[in-house]
Design a protein around this ligand. Structure first.
Ligand code: GYE
Length: 350
């Protein structure tokens, strides 16, 4: 009997034990898998009944990697409001093209009236955009560009001229070196690039590269991606500073990376900005970075304008009235240095 009850206990606790183990292991496996997949995105669904006169728009934003991105998202959300006559379905793809494709497919199956999207990279959109076209849904691309075989797959694009931004950075450096009397000196440059394959990275790299190629004394020591984020830039910069103590110029393709790089330079005791050993060139011109331009810690900031929502609204309104729209709209952008930063900081919202 004793033995039988012990065996019973063993079986009972054996089962309970297995259950407990399973209860612990399954959630851990599930969380692990979700982390690995970057969490499956949930795509907001259109309510069964929307007010009839609202225009339903699905907006796929590529992520939330930077201050610029936050301002771009806000600009779309502030333009496509209920008061302005829209029902907006927003989705954040967290830097993953797959998530954007899923979101666009969900917008198609929900039969939205317009799809607006900011593509994370340029390639790989032909199939999903063909699906939108076949469903008769106009697509408005914003911010970055798509590289598709057939340009009729999207109705219009509104964004910034990334290549011109890169050239502006190069031209500023030319003038600056000349003013300093260093136009014939050897100039060692490091480039922190954004997301590889994105329009901002491709354009800024090309634009700056074209100017650099005209100067035999400019040496690009390294051109490396820090994915448009401050954390990654800090890590990358720490290693760069160890390998290239002779670096003269930092070209950082967005303000968030510049902030990270600056932290790494501060840690390493490197003097940067006006009067320093490293000249800092940044892109975007968000508020925080403009403050640093005003203080002379960033030498120049090439503006990239995120305020694109008003144009998206205008394009949709024209399409609604059956009016023609341009294929490409480029927003206006400036260059900020210590001389003009303060004036523009006053009215800056982002
Ligand atoms: O410069 C950067 C962002 O695509 C223009 O993306 C945009 C860039 C912007 O993450 O901060």
């Amino acid at each position: 009997m004793k033995r039988a009850s012990e065996i019973g206990k063993k079986i009972f606790f054996g089962h309970v034990g297995i259950c407990i183990i399973l209860l612990c292991v399954i959630p851990v496996l599930f969380i692990g898998y979700s982390l690995f997949r970057g969490f499956d995105i949930k795509i907001e669904q259109m309510p069964a009944e929307t007010e009839e006169d609202l225009i339903v728009v699905g907006f796929s934003q590529l992520g939330s990697e930077s201050g610029w991105r936050t301002a771009h998202t806000a600009s779309i959300q502030q333009a496509l409001t209920k008061d302005a006559g829209y029902f907006l379905i927003f989705n954040n793809a967290r830097q993953m093209q797959d998530n954007q494709i899923k979101a666009i497919r969900s917008f198609i199956s929900q039969r939205v009236e317009y799809i607006v999207f900011a593509p994370v990279i340029e390639d790989g959109w032909d199939t999903v955009l063909q699906e939108a076209k076949s469903a008769g849904i106009p697509v408005i691309v914003t911010d970055r560009m798509v590289n598709v075989q057939d340009e009729s797959l999207y109705t219009a694009w509104i964004g910034t001229d990334a290549k011109e931004e890169g050239k502006k950075a190069g031209r500023w450096l030319e003038d600056y070196l000349e003013q300093e009397g260093r136009q014939s000196e050897k100039i060692n440059i490091v480039v922190l690039k954004g997301t590889v394959g994105s329009t901002a990275e491709i354009g800024r790299t090309k634009g700056f590269g074209e100017i650099a190629a005209q100067h035999g004394n400019w040496h690009i020591l390294e051109s490396v991606s820090a994915e448009f984020t401050a954390n990654k830039a800090k890590e990358v910069m720490r290693s760069i500073l160890q390998r290239y103590p002779e670096m003269d110029v930092l070209i950082s393709q967005n303000d968030d990376m510049t902030m990270g790089a600056i932290e790494a330079m501060q840690e390493a005791g490197i003097r940067f900005g006006e009067g320093g050993d490293v000249t800092v060139i940044s892109f975007d011109a968000t508020r925080d970075a403009l403050e640093l331009v005003k203080e002379g810690r960033i030498n120049v900031n090439v503006e990239c304008n995120p305020v694109q929502g008003v144009y998206v609204d205008e394009i949709i309104q024209r399409l609604e009235k059956g009016e023609p729209v341009e294929k490409y709209y480029v927003v206006e952008e400036k260059v900020f240095t210590r001389e003009n930063a303060a004036v523009f900081l006053e009215g800056r919202k982002y």
